[in-house]
Design a protein around this ligand. Structure first.
Ligand code: BG6
Length: 472
């Protein structure tokens, strides 16, 4: 490792509104798809919000954000990634007028970040479509969502144009393949959803994303707009050519989202996929032109890699971040069964950069683990999270390697920089943060914040611009 991290590298942390804000029905907010999903992305929905849904209170970031931003500033964050809850701005999604109190909240939040010189990096839609759009329109299956989304983005761009320079359109847009309700606001049961409707919904999201980039460039000159992809590279399980082809096929299922965002058109290989699966995408005149509004950078989440095989006897046996595959015999896994592969991050950074030659932004990476809150010799409550430090260190060393490989990387925002409610399982005991939040899955806890050992570790990484990382 010689080059090191570039000057101006955007170090920081990431959260999402629905996983930390709480205040699910305050100040005019409407219900979102998350508010009736107490078991997380892969679980079912209830008829209305229930007490066991940890997201309804979250970590009460809505009321405590000043305290939290101050702690992020103490770590030296240059950037803070969060999302805007669409249903705080348009409670039903199709309302004629926005909710002023919702707009004001994000004004205050972004001001607080800027006060410390921290750039907000804002995800426009992070797994929380207004519930009314899901129930009344079946979410993104319905083309009308493009219009509602346009209204929403025009409103937030106009309001925050002087405060937000970095925007992401849809969080992990490719996750709609596995989580159509949470990712696409699609109310139809996953089992009943046809591939035709799923890929039509994806088309609508892709058009809406490109449209947001177009409008953003017009309304906020100089701002940068990125897509956000769930990054899980697939390795062939064996060198058998059929496994290699299978890995390519599975990679393409995800890459096609990035291909369209970065290149501005559907890739040729999708023609065959659509033909083989009898899918006919309905395109309106003008869609092709809109898709040409390509993103300025590619952002992605990275937690794990996976293996692919053509052998039907080998079952998908690795748990993971929405997407699961065949376990890699060379890798260990987290307590939640996600396989840990720091080199996979270098691999995917190179893969994206070779393919698109656009700047990349790692906007999620981290370790979900059970933490034990202890009292140290000075009487301070803390967590000795050496396992998290090791995970993050090893991944960041690979980021440095990728920089040395020539990859252009804008920044790194560690996921769940403060403990929050997990997305896939809606738990609080699965913790990612540098900051411990005293709240438990049974609803107990004071909501007090405590610095973990990793807090000072990350602070040093940032202040040395990565020089303090331990390269084995
Ligand atoms: C990504 C999401 O899928 O992974 C985040 O963008 C999520 O919202 C993160 O929290 C980690 O997943 P989980 O289930 O451990 O929270």
């Amino acid at each position: 490792m010689t080059k090191g991290f570039p000057k101006g590298f955007l170090w920081g942390g990431a959260v999402a509104a629905n996983q930390c804000e709480g205040a699910y029905n305050q100040d005019g907010k409407g219900l979102s798809t998350q508010d009736i999903a107490p078991k997380g992305i892969m679980g079912g929905v209830t008829e209305e919000p229930t007490k066991d849904n940890m997201k309804l209170i979250g970590i009460d970031f809505y009321h405590r954000y000043k305290e939290d931003i101050k702690l992020f500033a103490e770590m030296g964050f240059k950037v803070f990634r969060t999302s805007i809850a669409w249903s705080r701005i348009f409670p039903n999604g199709d309302d004629a007028k926005p909710n002023e109190k919702g707009l004001q909240f994000y004004d205050d939040l972004f001001d607080e970040c800027l006060k410390y010189g921290m750039q907000p990096l804002v995800t426009i839609s992070h797994y929380e479509t207004p519930l009314a759009l899901a129930k009344n329109y079946d979410g993104w299956v319905n083309r009308k969502l493009i219009g509602f989304f346009e209204n929403y983005v025009r409103t937030i761009f106009a309001r925050y144009k002087n405060k937000v320079k970095y925007w992401l359109t849809f969080n992990e847009i490719n996750s709609v393949l596995n989580a159509p309700y949470m990712s696409g606001g699609i109310f139809t049961d996953k089992e009943k959803l046809t591939k035709q409707d799923l890929y039509q919904a994806i088309h609508h999201e892709l058009v809406a994303s490109a449209m947001a980039v177009k409008i953003g460039h017009e309304m906020i000159p100089g701002a940068k707009f990125g897509c956000m992809i769930l990054g899980v590279p697939n390795y062939p399980l064996t060198p058998h050519p059929s496994d290699v082809m299978e890995a390519m096929k599975q990679d393409r299922e995800n890459l096609y989202f990035a291909d369209i965002h970065a290149r501005g058109a559907y890739p040729k290989y999708m023609d065959r996929y659509f033909k083989d699966n009898n899918i006919k995408i309905h395109r309106e005149p003008g869609d092709k032109e809109i898709l040409k509004n390509t993103v300025d950078f590619i952002s992605f989440s990275y937690y794990m890699s996976s293996c692919a095989t053509a052998d039907p006897k080998k079952k998908k046996n690795s748990k993971g971040n929405i997407i699961s595959g065949v376990a890699n015999p060379y890798l260990e896994a987290s307590q939640w069964g996600w396989q840990i592969d720091p080199q996979g991050l270098r691999y995917i950074l190179n893969l994206f950069y070779d393919r698109y030659e656009k700047p990349l932004f790692i906007v999620e990476n981290g370790l979900g683990a059970v933490d034990e809150l202890i009292t140290d010799e000075n009487g301070n409550k803390t967590v000795i999270d050496d396992y998290r430090i090791k995970y993050l260190n090893d991944h960041l060393v690979q980021v440095a390697e990728a920089i040395e490989d020539g990859v252009e990387i804008m920044g790194y925002t560690s996921w769940g920089c403060i403990d929050l409610v997990s997305a896939t399982t809606a738990e609080l005991r699965k913790r990612y943060g540098f900051i411990y939040v005293d709240r438990n899955d049974d609803g107990t806890g004071t909501l007090e914040r405590y610095k973990k050992k990793s807090f000072n570790w990350y602070k040093e990484v940032i202040s040395t611009n990565g020089e303090s990382l331990i390269k084995k």
